[in-house]
Design a protein. Structure first.
Length: 116
């Protein structure tokens, strides 16, 4: 299915499926209840920040920016497991698609300070 067609269906009502909900709608507490929002795509940095702010000394045995040895074993048998999706955006996102995603998930772009 073409991603633009999928996104059009989301706007038309398929957002009833929580897999496609904006992250802002999935928060158990209001956004204002959080003092820090970390992002998965920068997990190592954000966890380090959270640990430092809370006085936790944590020495990572493995870097969080790389797959764990367990995942590397899985990767051998399933090369598509680790996708590096953030590096593929320029290959798959047209200006039209980028705008469509922004319109559907505007609340997340604003709340979590993502660039358009």
């Amino acid at each position: 299915m073409d991603l633009l067609i999928l996104l059009a269906s989301l706007k038309g009502g398929a957002l009833h499926n929580r897999h496609w909900w904006p992250q802002s709608k999935l928060l158990f507490f209001p956004l204002s209840s959080f003092s820090y929002i970390g992002k998965l795509e920068n997990l190592e940095f954000h966890l380090s920040t959270i640990f430092k702010q809370n006085g936790i000394n944590m020495h990572f045995q493995y870097s969080l920016s790389n797959p764990h040895p367990y995942e590397l074993d899985i990767q051998k048998n399933n090369p598509d497991k680790i996708t590096n999706a953030n590096q593929k955006e320029v290959l798959y996102y047209s200006d039209r698609l980028r705008e469509r995603v922004f319109q559907l998930y505007r609340e997340d772009f604003v709340n979590f300070k993502y660039e358009k």
